[in-house]
Write a protein that binds this ligand. Sequence first.
Ligand SMILES: Cc1cc2nc3c(=O)[nH]c(=O)nc-3n(C[C@H](O)[C@H](O)[C@H](O)COP(=O)(O)OP(=O)(O)OC[C@H]3O[C@@H](n4cnc5c(N)ncnc54)[C@H](O)[C@@H]3O)c2cc1C
Length: 401
Amino acid sequence: MTRGAVARRAIVVGGGIAGTATAVALRHAGFVPVIYEAHPRGADERGVFLTLAVNGVNALRALGMDPARVLERGFATPAIALHGANGQLLAELPLGGPFPDGTATTTIRRADLYSALRAEAEAAEVPIVYGARLTSVVTGASEVTARFEDGRTVSADLLVGADGLHSRTREALDPDAPAPHYLGLLNTGGFTAGPVSSRLAPPPGAMRMAFGRRAFFGWVGAPDGSVWWFANPPRKRPAEAGEFTAESWRAHLLDLFAGEEAAEFIGASDEVVGPWNTRDLRRVRTWRNSRVVLVGDAAHAVAPSSGQGASMALEDAVVLGHSLRQRGELGAALAEYEAVRRPRVEKVVAYGRRSSSGKVLGPVGAAMRDAVLPMVMRRLHRKGDPQAWIFEHRLPALAGS
Ligand SMILES: Cc1cc2nc3c(=O)[nH]c(=O)nc-3n(C[C@H](O)[C@H](O)[C@H](O)COP(=O)(O)OP(=O)(O)OC[C@H]3O[C@@H](n4cnc5c(N)ncnc54)[C@H](O)[C@@H]3O)c2cc1C
């Protein structure tokens, strides 16, 4: 910022991955951001754990954050061993890295990633207002005004909608914006209460996934000997709130995975989290107006199967911060951000949808998949890592440049 210039104010709606990262990026671009998060402080984060791919780890670095600090409570998971319905190994899928500088795809509890990113935002002197749920947005010629459920109104030069899959900001920008699309899969997961017998537990950092006889299942060995797992039971219609109790859901899963390793991990977990519905977002036409812009899942939710939602959110933050810093005029900066990000995220959304579709096949489709997939994967890998375009993406550095 030039000496004497008045810092521009920004409202960041949502204190998840995109919101905290974007707030830090805005600081680098000379803005004074405040995060407004709907949940009260300390509310449990929805979800169990996630895997932050190397491109997301690089985005942390571009934001000036030390990945070793942010991901301190996670552990490296450099590859997935993918198994078929009868347990046969179908493919070994590298997840990018580890690179010579130590950057590795990292698995971390969701709550640990959120709290580490919130600590980074607070260290960058970004206030976080908890219990503030956005209800409406009015964009004026000289400022944008946000109204919250508790009646407060706040005005600023810029508003960033980082309010996730069911974004209110997206709806305010375009009342006809598409609703999230259900992908025919439920999601659930948990952590075994302690170390699991060595007969079952993969070595620390080894990630396994299996199409299973009736549902997809993934599990990873944690450094303390416990197992972190998730499952994707296929289901034509989404689950309704309150449809399952904790007991009925656990019983359903134990029945679904009877006789498979998955049942042992489910049985050894104190709590089974979920189910929640797996959704992504078809093309969102409107990402911005003159003072409002979407980032993260609010703009482009990718299916969890892609393992890229968090990384896309972090990359958005870097690119938005960079455009705002490079371009003095707000409209030009927001247009540049969209032009840079849209092609990449839409390609990743399409990739995520393809990855999910293999999990909802009937018995005939599953047999064909298990027969054909090893050959397809071998052919793809002969030409190099087919996911290199995702993992080796280059970003501008925001911090220290
Ligand atoms: C089951 C599952 C597994 C996944 N696994 C992976 C994985 O392995 N790797 C990966 O990279 N990604 C994964 N993802 C995707 C990843 O979690 C998301 O892409 C990522 O969390 C998006 O970040 P975000 O900040 O945009 O949204 P969120 O993390 O959802 O944050 C949005 C925030 O906005 C707040 N908010 C919402 N509405 C309002 C409002 N009106 N006012 C104020 N605040 C509001 C919410 O409380 C929340 O804190 C997974 C997703 C799911 C569902």
